[in-house]
Design a protein around this ligand. Sequence first.
Ligand code: SF4
Ligand code: SF4
Length: 117
Amino acid sequence: MAYVIGAACVDIMDQSCVEDCPIDCIYTGARKLYIHPEECIDCGACARSCPVDAISWDRDLDPADPDIAHIQDAAAFFYQPLPGQPAPLREPGGAAGLGPVGVDTALITAIPAQGER
Ligand code: SF4
Ligand code: SF4
């Protein structure tokens, strides 16, 4: 179980959640941020700080909610090779140490830019 960031974060990326995460498990892609599903301790601080309500507890998401796809997508971000990367990120142990990843999953790349949706 973990918290998950949905589509509302795409192209917003204001980093409020990063500042409030006590264990630094929110990683930065190109157009969206991703919570590490294994490193997250389910404290909920990030969800309370997000200005666009992009963050949900995975077990609270209704199966009909479009953000349900972001549970699998967060796992793909860390456990499948991203475009241009030779290997999966797996457990980097902290977003600050890793720095911005700078690429997104195919699901996020396919989302139209804010204003075009
Ligand atoms: S629920 Fe807590 S530990 Fe998990 S990403 Fe949010 S702030 Fe970080
Ligand atoms: S606080 Fe919300 S919109 Fe801002 S970066 Fe985090 S998930 Fe994205």
